[in-house]
Design a protein around this ligand. Structure first.
Ligand code: DLL
Length: 433
């Protein structure tokens, strides 16, 4: 089934003509309304009038997370605050988050793209969608919520947490679809089974799962234990939120990037050169229709490859393979994006700690765990158990307060963490996806 038949199955030529027209409009708009883009275009020696073909996009400068940070919080907005109706945020690389804004029309387009994603997953207005993405600054909860309402299906606004209650609602309300991270889907299966619930006999048919990397193996396990079809949904706050790309139920091989609203490229993360279709690279997105916060050639740091071959569903939009990793050190822990540098800035604010720390990420059952090992500074190290426990509690609390993740903290003596070439290897990720 196709939500926007007219746009999702446009012949490539017409689609590319539409993209070019929208690219010309958006570059003109950001050049004249966002000081950052005026300067960046001038520095690159390019003006909106130079965009004559789609390939000319390569002449435009990239936008990075650092640019967002430098213009924190609202410096890249292309409309006055009076036109903004919603703000969301995601993790920045250090203390401050990345802030994104939406006009009323942005919210409407986002809702339509989410409805489009649900239809690609085989859902209709008859479905009941259990939405376990977090509501709040994270785009997952409200994005899926508005999309469900746009489709005319019924949304259960569960948000995250309260797993026992979630299982009760799954049994009693009989939702036919679930939105959550793939690891939470597995966790629900595990907890439900432990409670003696036959999770396969629920009414659930479809899972719309994303916000973190997962694998075919995880898909099989989720499908087996919950008795559903599990499909991948991709997005990022900077570009809109969920619904930038969605796997279709018919193809189940890569996610259609909604190219009438976004231009996707893949680049070599080292050189910034475009790589050919079919080859792995870093995904770069340009938003074509966003009013409040349009981004030009945004470097996502997500690694994937693009597939141009036609899909059996009939959509003409290019597909991206499931994200295989990142070209930076961002971790996703229970759906929360965490940069080691953010943890470092929290640690720096606490007296008595040395500069060396180690993060150990693992999975217990189906839930991610984070352990932080920090060296005490030499002069402060104390054997007083009480003092150590107090500092550990303070770190745990600050990490939870600032980053929203729960960590187990262990203080260790100065010099006890292993060094390689004088540096401590900061992240040990033991998870298998
Ligand atoms: O995670 C938006 C979202 C919500 C997508 C719900 C899908 C479902 P952010 O918090 O800004 O936005 O995090 C974006 O999460 O750059 C990827 O690294 C990762 N990510 C998102 N979807 C997928 C996916 C939301 N399907 C960052 N597979 C992105 C792998 C994903 N990684």
């Amino acid at each position: 089934m196709i939500f926007n038949e007219e746009f999702e199955t446009l012949p490539r030529e017409a689609l590319e003509a539409l993209q070019l027209k929208r690219l010309q409009q958006v570059t003109g708009r950001v050049y004249h309304t966002v000081g950052f883009y005026k300067r960046a275009f001038d520095e690159a020696g390019v003006t909106p009038d130079d965009i004559k073909t789609l390939d000319d996009i390569r002449r435009l400068p990239f936008t990075t997370k650092q640019d967002l940070r430098d213009n924190y919080p609202f410096g890249l907005f292309a409309v006055p605050m009076s036109n903004i109706v919603r703000l969301h945020a995601s993790s920045g690389t250090t203390g401050k988050p990345t802030v994104v804004g939406y006009t009323r029309r942005d919210i409407e387009i986002w809702s339509r793209l989410m409805a489009r994603s649900f239809v690609a997953a085989g859902l209709t207005s008859n479905d009941i969608i259990h939405n376990a993405y977090g509501y709040g600054l994270f785009t997952g909860g409200l994005g899926a919520h508005y999309g469900t309402e746009m489709l005319g299906a019924s949304v259960i606004p569960m948000s995250g947490g309260s797993t026992k209650k979630q299982i009760m609602i799954l049994q009693d309300f009989g939702p036919t679809a679930i939105c959550c991270t793939p690891s939470y889907a597995l966790y629900l299966a595990e907890r439900g089974e432990a409670m003696g619930v036959d999770m396969r006999s629920l009414k659930l048919r479809v899972g719309i799962l994303g916000a973190e990397p997962w694998s075919e193996k995880m898909r099989q396990e989720i499908e087996g234990r919950l008795g559903i079809t599990a499909l991948d949904i991709y997005g990022l706050s900077e570009i809109m939120g969920p619904g930038v790309a969605m796997e279709c139920a018919e193809g189940r091989d890569g996610l259609h990037v909604f190219e009438d609203h976004f231009i996707v490229e893949t680049i070599n993360p080292e050189t910034g050169e475009n790589v050919p279709y079919g080859e792995e690279g870093e995904l770069v997105f340009t938003s074509l229709t966003k009013e409040a916060f349009p981004l030009i050639r945004y470097r996502t740091k997500d690694i994937s490859r693009l597939m141009k071959e036609p899909c059996r569903c009939g959509r003409t939009h290019v597909r991206m393979a499931r994200v295989s990793g990142r070209s930076d050190d961002m971790l996703i822990i229970r759906g929360v994006n965490v940069f080691p540098s953010q943890i470092e800035s929290v640690l720096l604010g606490i007296e008595g700690l040395g500069p060396h720390y180690e993060l150990i990420v693992d999975r217990e059952g189906n839930l991610d765990t984070l352990e932080i090992r920090v060296e005490m500074s030499e002069d402060v190290f104390s054997d007083e158990i009480k003092t150590l426990q107090k500092i550990e509690r303070r770190i745990t609390k600050d990490i939870k307060d600032y980053l929203g993740v729960t960590a187990k903290v262990k203080l260790v003596g100065a010099g006890s963490l292993e060094r390689s070439e004088g540096k401590t290897q900061k992240v040990i990720d033991k998870r298998e996806i």
